[in-house]
Design a protein around this ligand. Structure first.
Ligand code: FE2
Ligand code: FE2
Length: 295
């Protein structure tokens, strides 16, 4: 009996008004950023710092896996979206590098974690290339879910210190803008339902282990400030009732629907809502837009 759906062709498209344009921001992080910049919480701040360490190399992996299959895309509009995706992820890497340098200057073992992440990604690069693209689609689903949550939930944004909030809101906007690109390339490349769903589970598990380990290493380096109460509260905020991560489980499961497409959930209104607000944070030298063309 055939249980696997034979058709997995998504029908949704990115709304016309959503543009995928790379924009360097030039964020700077200095002594005005408190160590515990998220809800004054040791646990939550180390968790987000750990996620930030994952971005530069992780996003390079996304870009590489999309590049392998970009020639499968023939539609000129979709080709432009791929260029926009590559450029946006490159900019995210640069901005998170700036944040990660700041975290390193606070005494966190960023370089050591980056070396360990490279080992994990080098292993992942041994997978067949389309499976690597399926990993990217899975991780892009996770980032799109978190981006949507951050833009939807004012309580989470307000908990972020004002020196950090613009980076995360800007990243969330752009993750929303390009959330369908890797998925579309995967479909054009002949990717199957079994591949994409298996690798969502696979990449979620790997990300869970790596992010927890990185958070643990950060906390260990800063153990003199450890508090059981803060740890319990932080875990509840993430995984308790209406937690930042637990509330995402239904969206995570949507990916298993045959015919799923990221734009079946049209949240382009969130982009419009935050775009103008975030533009005021572009550093003067980048205000004329990014002139760099990334291929
Ligand atoms: Fe990104
Ligand atoms: Fe992305």
């Amino acid at each position: 009996m055939q249980t696997r759906p034979s058709v997995d062709k998504a029908v949704a498209r990115k709304p016309e008004q959503v543009a995928i344009k790379p924009q360097r921001m030039g964020f700077e992080f200095d002594e005005k950023v408190p160590n515990y910049w998220l809800d004054d919480s040791y646990t939550l701040s180390h968790t987000m710092n750990a996620l930030s360490v994952l971005f530069p190399q992780g996003e390079q992996f996304f870009v590489d896996s999309v590049r392998y299959f970009r020639d499968c895309v023939t539609d000129p509009a979709k080709k432009a979206e791929v260029r926009g995706f590559i450029g946006q992820e490159a900019m995210h890497s640069l901005e998170h590098d700036a944040m990660n340098s700041h975290v390193r200057d606070q005494g966190m073992p960023v370089e050591e974690l980056e070396k360990q992440l490279k080992m994990v990604l080098d292993l992942t690069r041994k997978l067949p290339k389309r499976h690597q693209l399926a990993v990217t689609c899975g991780l892009e689903h996770l980032t799109a879910m978190m981006a949507d949550m951050l833009l939807e939930r004012s309580d989470v944004r307000e908990d972020m210190h004002e020196t950090m909030r613009p980076l995360w809101v800007w990243h969330a906007i752009e993750e929303t803008e390009h959330k369908g690109v890797a998925f579309d390339v995967f479909q054009e490349s002949g990717g199957t339902y079994a591949e994409r769903t298996f690798y969502l589970a696979f990449s979620t598990a790997i990300l869970g282990v790596v992010a927890s380990y990185f958070t643990g290493r950060m906390m260990l380096s800063d153990r003199r400030n450890f508090s059981l109460r803060d740890g319990a509260r932080g875990l509840w905020r993430m995984w308790g009732k209406n937690g930042t991560f637990s509330s995402l489980i239904p969206t995570w499961l949507n990916y298993f629907r045959p015919g799923f497409h990221p734009w079946q959930h049209d949240n382009s209104e969130l982009i419009a809502r935050f775009k103008a607000e975030i533009e005021q944070y572009i550093a003067p030298q980048y205000q004329k837009g990014s002139t760099r063309t990334l291929q």
